[in-house]
Design a protein around this ligand. Structure first.
Ligand code: CUA
Length: 186
């Protein structure tokens, strides 16, 4: 084999090898897309729960007196909150550490964002729908809770807090009040 033929042979082998690599990468990505599409297509209907945004304050689960954190009989905590232009109710969410927490939230007007910094809690609050999220806070401390969806001129000022306290502190407060928050006015 001449030098030229050898070089051509080496180049061809390298090209074939890289063609396989690219082919495998593309096939992997297509499989991931197919899997996620099939997996996610079943999720929105399962989670869909509607509520009338016009009567939130009048009756039902999201009346003002029912907002905040509730200790459940099974030891978990349910947090109910409402987003509206331009604040959350309650403005400070109180939860115990290392406890299963179910967050149930909705919007009274437009679409708001609900996220808790340094956690994976990130959901949109859409008027007419209840957003549900399960979480567990591993450490005590404070988190900020900004609205991350542009919702009008006051959007940048729309944010609240999450305060994670030890279980005993939470249980003590839960004995004297049905719904807890750490907002000043409550
Ligand atoms: Cu509410 Cu941005």
């Amino acid at each position: 084999m001449s030098d030229q033929q050898t070089a051509a042979h080496v180049a061809e082998r390298a090209e074939t090898r890289w063609a396989w690599v690219v082919g495998i990468v593309i096939a992997t990505l297509l499989c991931m897309m197919a899997y996620m599409s099939l997996h996610w297509i079943t999720m929105p209907p399962q989670r869909m729960e509607t509520v009338n945004p016009g009567t939130l304050h009048l009756a039902g689960e999201f009346v003002e007196a029912n907002l905040g954190s509730a200790a459940e009989a099974d030891g978990s905590v349910t947090v109910r909150l409402v987003g509206n232009q331009y604040s959350f109710s309650p403005q400070c969410v109180l939860v115990p550490v290392d406890t299963p927490v179910t967050i149930r939230a909705t919007s009274a007007d437009v679409v708001h964002g609900f996220s808790v910094t340094h956690t994976n809690i990130n959901v949109n609050l859409v008027p007419g729908y209840v957003s549900t999220f399960r979480a567990r806070f591993r450490e005590t401390g404070e988190h900020t809770m900004p609205c991350h969806e542009f919702c009008g001129v006051g959007h940048a000022a729309m944010w609240a807090h999450v305060k994670v306290v030890d279980k005993e502190t939470f249980a003590r407060q839960a004995q004297s009040k049905r719904r807890l928050s750490c907002a000043e006015r409550s």
